[in-house]
Structure formats: C-alpha cells, structure tokens
Design a protein around this ligand. Structure first.
Ligand SMILES: [Ca+2]
Length: 325
C-alpha cells in the first residue's frame, strides 16, 4: 500500500466517524437540522445565519430521550399515578392558589365557562402551581426530539418551527426559555403551537405571558378549554357499575364519547348517577388499589384529554379539582 493511499484511507475512516461524534454534542452539522434551517429561511423568511447559529447552540440531551421513553402516563397504573397527583399537599396548595387568584379565576370562569377548580387543578398537576415549570432549555428539548427521536420527529420539529415563530413574536431570547423535557412552557405547560394559538393577555398589559404571569396563565388555560369544546356546567365523568358478562372490549377503546348511556346499558354498563339516557359517553377502566374501576367519560372529560391524551391524566385533574371544592 502506498503511503499516499494509506493516508487517504485514514482520512476516509476519520471522516466517516467524525459526524456522529459531533452530532452528539450539538446540531451544527446534523442533516435534519440543515433541512430545518432551509425551511425557516424559505418558508418564514428567517435569516440563515440566525437559524444556523441556533441549531449550533442547541444541544442533544440524552436525558430528554430517556425521559421520553418512560412517561408516567404510559408506565403507571391508576393506583400509582393517583398517588403522585391527587395528594393532600397538592390540594392544600391548590386552595391557597385559589385564594390568591380568586378574582382572576372568577373572571376566567365567567368569560370562558370553565370552573375555577379545573383551571387550578390543571396548573397544579402540570407544575405544582408554577413551582416546577421545568429546567430544560426549550431549544435543546425541541431540537433533540425533533432531530433525534424518530417516533415523533415530525411533531417536534414542527413545534421547533412554532417555537422560533413564537420567540420572534414575543421577543424572547430563543436560547433562554426553559420548560419540560418535551418543550412545554410556563404555569400550564403549553407547547409552542398552543402558546401561539391559545395564550391570552388576561391582565391587559399587552403581553400574553404564560411563563411568569399567573394571571395570563389562568386565562390561557381557560381559553384552551373553551376552544376545545368545554361545556359550561356539564358533568365530567361518573362511575359505572357493570353486570356479569358486560362487554369489556369497549372499555378504553376511544377517548371521544361515542355511545349513549342507553346503548351502554345493553353492553352491561350502568351509570352510578343519572346523567340522562341520551348523553354521549366513553366507557373506560382504571386499575385502582382495590381492582378495576369502571367509569363513563362525558364531553368535558374528553376535553381534559385534549390537554394530555391520557385517561390517567384527565382523571387526576378531575379528582384533584373535586378536592378543591
Ligand atoms: Ca399580560
């Protein structure tokens, strides 16, 4: 082998190994990040140098990829999930939050038709009333998931796109905003697209700030619920009794109510309280500490799952809200 050829071979091997090593640190040379830069330039008129610098600043975080693979909603049963969110401490702090923001919650309830206890329970489950808003840089979270998490890369790169539009609109520093490992921000943990579409300025200072302003956060959560179909004054969920031979295969089938109470009676389900025979419901089953529990979710239960697509989550919000009454 000639010396020159040997040198070339070494160079080729070095080049083939250098890219993945670099890609572990930041996204300066990642092919998906490059495509993202092109998109921001061509579709949104961003300056190439600015977006290029942002992706070079964004860090790939293994801890984010690890956290993504074990969310409580997927790994826990109701009996264990409940212990995290429906606690005396969380209820006590929730009542204190309701006292502090009584006037704002009152106004939100009037303007959007969403009960104060539900708004408070959402903020309580999401961030312990603003005490745990997340310590990841949103830029790192969305880049890591958008470029290196194939199962949901499309969703998260779209959220990264929304994030850059958001920081431009709100005049935030894109490298500074913090949130959850999934890039959710502020009191109510809104993702970028939700921030852009549903955040409202509820204290009238001209800025919709759900990161540091609890008044805007309360109005924004209520607005989100109204926009997703919350029906004022309606029941959220009721427990159900099942008779022998009931149809278990329709439990946990859909989140959206798609049976009437009357139809479910024929499948062996009876609501514990009368909610009207024509009411649309979705039957579901949770594993409690005393075994299986059966429930019927109405429209408003479905709306809670628009915030987080999980029955466990919606039930935790509902039960915490009941503790706040
Ligand atoms: Ca404001």
């Amino acid at each position: 082998m000639s010396k020159r050829f040997k040198g070339l071979l070494v160079a080729v091997i070095a080049a083939s190994f250098s890219l993945p090593v670099l890609a572990d640190d930041n996204y300066a040379d990642h092919p998906k990040a490059q495509a993202f830069v092109e998109k921001m330039v061509s579709e949104h008129g961003f300056e190439r140098a600015y977006v290029q610098k942002l992706v070079a600043t964004a860090e790939r975080k293994q801890s984010i990829l690890d956290a993504m693979s074990r969310p409580a909603e997927k790994t826990k049963e109701w009996k264990d999930y409940r212990k995290i969110f429906v606690t005396d401490t969380r209820a006590e702090q929730g009542r204190a939050f309701m006292k502090t923001y009584a006037e704002t919650l009152d106004r939100a309830e009037r303007d959007f038709g969403v009960p104060r206890e539900i708004i408070t329970a959402i903020i309580g489950v999401e961030t312990l009333y603003g005490k745990r808003k997340g310590n990841y840089k949103v830029l790192d979270a969305l880049a890591t998931l958008g470029f290196d998490y194939p199962p949901r890369a499309k969703f998260f790169s779209s959220e990264l796109e929304e994030y850059l539009l958001l920081v431009k609109e709100q005049k935030f520093d894109a490298t500074e905003v913090k949130g959850s490992y999934a890039g959710a921000m502020g009191y109510g943990q809104f993702i970028s697209s939700s921030y852009r579409h549903y955040a409202v300025d509820f204290d009238g200072d001209g800025v919709a700030d759900i990161l540091d302003n609890p008044v805007d956060a309360i109005g924004s959560v209520a607005n989100y619920f109204k926009a997703h179909g919350w029906r004022k004054g309606e029941t959220i969920t009721v427990s159900a009794r099942v008779s022998e031979g009931y149809n278990d295969s329709i439990a946990n089938e859909k989140l959206k109510p798609s049976y009437t109470v009357q139809q479910l009676r024929e499948q062996g389900y009876r609501p514990a309280t009368n909610i009207g025979e024509d009411t649309m419901v979705a039957p579901f089953r949770l594993m409690g500490s005393d075994g299986a529990q059966h429930w019927l979710g109405l429209q408003n239960f479905y709306v809670i799952t628009r915030y987080n697509h999980s029955r466990l989550y919606a039930m935790a919000v509902y039960q915490l809200s009941e503790e706040l009454k």
